[in-house]
Design a binder for this molecule. Structure first.
Ligand code: IVH
Length: 677
């Protein structure tokens, strides 16, 4: 069948694009597109070539392993055997199709070895008579770069094999990577030094290995897992992959401890799901699972194409990074007046949800990342972490894109935005700013504060815009007519809103303290103030010294509390709340000395908590402090020993793990109840 001209054009476009992205990825360590986008191009090309086999040329990217050699910086070396690549499966049907394919070639009972696919850089290590003589990158698969000196700085790679009589020649393949903790630490330091941040551990790892000065590599604490025996002369006869991994360990080479065996496809799928579930609990980044036929005899029957072996497949996880266009940068005003820049994005589906907005934290963060309006940017949404703009794709920057300047005026009230010396944040200092008013109302009615159902942000905006609510004290003066006048409210919903407002009057004192939004007073401090002083009037009347005498209250919190109650505007609000009958006291009067822990030790001693997802009323640190003050412990991962898992919004894999192990799960209100004993 002749190849239609439009198909030919598309094929050459795809080949050119893939070549370009290979160069960015392998040579510059600075990819312009996510792996998923790259894979989509390769798939499209492969699809067209399958349809029109006469269009296949020997130099098509589908016919050779991708990759480049950078000969201007490192010497090129020939690989003893070509380093092949892997075919991908992006979902279970594709994995099952691969399984069906190999069963058609040889209908035998395959056993599989499943390995987390570490997102790093492939490496070839050559040992002669047990001595490490060469380390090389994969390059184009046929020849790579000689990075021997750099490889020798990686601690987990032995310079000598731990064998009494080593084989004459042994070539081992594996993955060099930067552990996530090392990456985070490196970026923290880069940031402090005002240096460019690395986009992800893979780029940081690749950049570190391909340093001309090995001392730089040595300082980057790279690690390695070996996963394949290549050329080998001498040594034991190896009959299966599993056996070879065991032998690599005997050689003293690092092998990933998370590798597992699977006796059928069902077990393979279970393994993949399990690794996906704890992907963020691993100390290294994974982007999938490599599934390999175990038996070397079976492998031989299956063979390889020029590009990849048929006996292995990479089961890829859904991508957590994508590129999209940053439309503009806006600033939002919080209840304290803090002005936070955020990116308005072309919506993009990433990490399991559609992301349209991403925080940019503050001015320095925008400058450090150098993201500009109209830039194409890499967006990351991983696990329970909030969406983040990782970096701009400089190569795609439109002409004339200017660096973003922090606005000098508040977008809500037009007042000045002020950045105090030594502070990272800008603030709108106008206490009457409508945006701050709205956010104070939203915070006041949030779940961990006064928990007023039906009073969310949209309603708060209307209440403030119509002048019905100027401060949180006005919430309790709302009439049914006021509520009926709001957009989206009918008789029943208006009645519900008023009932919720009424009901909130009885919330415990710590909730009221949190609701007032006193700077530095989180849940833990609120609980202590309520427990020791027992009544809002007593807290209001306490001197700085009396406040500091309360357990867990230091000078910073004490001063902030004093400042809050010294403000006339705040006292007016408190008076309104008092007049409408909002609860100001701890049942039984509370007060100094009462309610303290009894003789039986602290209430949470022997309890271990794990936190996952975002909480409304606490930062992570506050939640941790509240637990620890009560004698409890906070752990990073869920095990059978975990007493409770506290689950907020967008929980991570820890929730699934808790469910699996039957660990009790607390939502925020239940956690608050437990804190209050
Ligand atoms: S096996 C012929 N095993 O994935 C087999 N590769 O997409 C070749 N990778 O270039 C590779 N972890 O950089 C294999 N356990 C693992 C791996 C792994 C990560 C990387 C490797 C390779 C790429 C293929």
């Amino acid at each position: 069948m002749a190849v239609p001209p439009e198909v030919e054009t598309r094929i050459s476009e795809l080949r050119e694009a893939i070549g370009h992205h290979d160069f960015r990825y392998y040579v510059l360590d600075d990819p312009e597109v996510s792996d998923a986008e790259y894979d989509a191009l390769v798939r499209e090309l492969r699809g067209l070539e399958e349809q029109f086999p006469e269009a296949v040329t020997p130099d098509s990217p589908t016919q050779r392993p991708g990759g480049w050699v950078d000969q201007t910086t490192f010497a090129a070396v020939q690989h003893v055997q070509p380093m092949l690549s892997l075919d991908n499966a992006v979902d279970l049907p594709e994995l099952e199709a691969w399984h069906a394919r190999i069963r058609r070639i040889a209908d035998v009972g395959y056993r599989f070895v499943c390995e987390p696919k570490v997102d790093g850089l492939a490496i070839s290590l050559l040992y002669e008579d047990g001595r490490l003589v060469r380390g090389a990158t994969r390059g184009d698969g046929v020849s790579g770069e000689d990075v021997t000196l750099n490889v020798k700085t990686i601690r987990s790679i032995p310079h000598r094999l731990a064998l009494e009589s080593p084989p004459a020649v042994l070539e081992v393949r594996g993955e060099v990577f930067m552990p996530v903790a090392v990456f985070e630490e490196l970026n923290r330091k880069q940031g402090e030094a005002g240096e460019r941040l690395f986009a992800n551990p893979r780029n940081a790892g690749a950049g570190s290995l391909r340093q001309l000065d090995p001392r730089v590599t040595a300082g980057r604490r790279l690690d390695t897992f070996c996963y394949q025996v290549g050329a080998k002369e001498g040594g034991p006869r190896l009959r299966s992959h599993w056996e070879s991994l065991e032998w690599l360990k005997e050689c003293g080479l690092p092998v990933n401890p998370d590798i597992g065996c699977a006796s059928d496809l069902g077990a393979v799928e279970k393994f993949c799901a399990e690794v996906l579930g704890r992907r963020h609990a691993l100390s290294y980044e994974v982007d999938g699972v490599v599934v390999k036929v175990d038996d070397y005899g079976h492998r031989e029957e299956l063979g390889a194409t020029t590009k990849a072996p048929r006996w292995a497949i990479a089961f890829k996880f859904p991508p957590e990074e994508k590129t999209t266009v940053l439309r503009e940068i806006q600033v939002s005003i919080g209840r304290t007046g803090r002005a936070t820049p955020f990116a308005v994005l072309e919506p993009v589906f990433v990490g399991g949800s559609t992301v349209g907005l991403a925080t940019l934290h503050n001015q320095d963060e925008v400058a450090r990342k150098d993201v500009r309006p109209r830039d194409t940017v890499v967006v990351r949404k991983a696990g329970d972490v909030i969406p983040e703009v990782v970096a701009p794709v400089i190569a795609k920057r439109p002409k004339g894109a200017r660096a973003w300047k922090f606005p000098t005026e508040c977008p809500a009230c037009g007042g000045p935005l002020v950045r105090l010396e030594g502070e990272a944040d800008h603030f709108c200092v106008n206490f009457d700013c409508p945006a701050q008013r709205v956010q104070r109302v939203v915070h006041f009615s949030s779940r961990a504060a006064m928990d007023i159902e039906h009073l969310g942000e949209q309603t708060a905006v209307q209440l403030v815009e119509r002048g019905l609510v100027n401060d949180v004290g006005d919430i309790y003066a709302l009439s049914l007519d006021d509520a009926l006048g709001l957009e989206g409210f009918a008789q029943l919903s208006a009645e519900n809103l008023l009932a919720a407002v009424e009901q909130s009057k009885g919330r415990p004192l710590p909730n009221l303290l949190v609701a007032l939004g006193i700077r530095h007073v989180g849940r833990a401090a609120a609980v202590e103030l309520a427990r020791h002083l027992g009544h809002l009037d007593r807290i209001e009347g306490a001197s700085q010294e009396e406040l500091e005498a309360v357990e867990g209250i230091g000078p910073v919190i004490a001063q902030s509390v004093r400042r809050f109650f010294d403000s006339k505007a705040n006292r007016v609000v408190i008076d309104k709340l008092r007049a409408t009958g909002v609860n100001f006291e701890v049942p039984g009067g509370g007060g100094a000395g009462s309610g303290g822990p009894g003789g039986g030790g602290l209430p949470f001693s022997d309890l271990t908590f794990v936190l996952t997802g975002g909480l409304d009323g606490f930062s992570r640190d506050e939640a941790r402090a509240a637990i620890e003050e009560r004698g409890g412990k906070v752990a990073g991962s869920v095990s059978k020993k975990t007493s409770y898992v506290v689950v907020g919004t967008d929980p991570g894999s820890k929730l699934a793990k808790a469910e699996q192990l039957g660990v009790p799960i607390l939502d925020e209100p239940a956690f608050v109840k437990l804190l209050e004993g």
